[in-house]
Design a protein. Sequence first.
Lengths: 405, 59
Amino acid sequence: MPDTTGPRRTDYCALARELAPGFAERAAEHDATASFPFENIAELVNSGYTAMTVPKEFGGDGASLAELCAAQRILAAACGSTAFTINMHVHGLAMIAKLGGDSAAWACAAVTDGAVISGGFSEPGVGGNWWHPTTRAEEKDGGYLLNGRKEFFTGYPGATHLFMSAATFDDRGLPQPMAFLMPKPKQGIRVTSTWDAAGMRATGSHSLAIEDLFVDRRWAVGERGTLPMLFMADVHWAWCSFASVFVGIARGALEHVVRTQRKRVISVIGKPNAHLPGVQFRVAEMAAKLAAAEAHLDAAVQADHDTVDPLAHYIDMSVMKMSVTRLAHEVVTLGMQVQGGSSLASVDPLQRMYRDVVAGLLVPPATDVVLEWAGKQALGVPIFAEPRWAGCERNDAEDGHAYGS
Amino acid sequence: VSAACEVAGAAGPGYSEQLGWIWQDLKTGPAQPVRGDLALEIIGKATLGLDPAQTPRWL
């Protein structure tokens, strides 16, 4: 439960800075055992951090996207797993709240009282094409019966509520993707595989089987078939906050490398490693790449999100996430080279950051889909035309060239 | 521009020529102040908390 005895905190960056040292201290142990950081999540709930995106009309502070991303960067520098886990909650609630209506009202009330939301949109075999969920929702007795599988259900162990996608099918057999936000059910969900991975090990991103899960109609979020458009219109909350976690890890890595290289003395020069030209040049490359990542993220956070074409907006945000996470990965990789062999040792947090930051390249939006959509848009090729790829062979035969001729 | 040259490679001399001019113009970028190595030296020293103006510059 949130602590309501004192005045409500509204400076989420200051709050993140207060909580970060404790998270950093516990990060190695959670990483080593792949245990879920329940105590970190409890601190985030008790301090009011998890309620940051409850809008003013629902009694909250309505933290902006800029505030959210700035605070998340601070948490991520301390513990990438904790930041990424709570990111699902804070940005997910912002998107639900933006929809308004009954779902927004009860979700905001629940979060104000300490609820923690975990999101599940990834599924085996979907390959990043999230608008084609394979989890089926069939109408039944005032609700829906859900069957399917979910992967990477980040934060599942610590969640009180689940936010997940499923699709009903129309009379032509075409999927109508929709979303549900529900109190975590006691039956109908089975953990098929607990999260045990190379990076982001403390996120509890389990694989789940959804088996005859009955979901009351009141837990539906938005109308049938509207999920893709709703998600695209507010996607800046998702992709900017994702990117902020990995930028935060990269910033944490740079600061850690600088601290180490200023302290560590190399005997042949009798001075700290920081005086070595090679160290200086690589640190400069890290700083330059990090500055580019932060600038792109900040531009996306500050961009016009309201009066733009939803598809162009979605592509802009997706390209940003792809570029920023690639840069973040390069920053930490360079950091390993600066730090040398000792960075591989488990006592050096840099090796954890190195494994965590790789996840940035792999979390949604899928890079191949981003490249497909951004490339088609730039070339004026319809993005949603089906079949998505056919036609090249016929063009080749006709004029000897593929697209671009 | 490098990627554009690859994509346009098979598109005929007109495209390649135009890209060639852009490519050449771009190559003058790194030669403008601040030169790359000096920039890296200053950024690296500043990030590591060292005074970029201190002499001797190296060990």
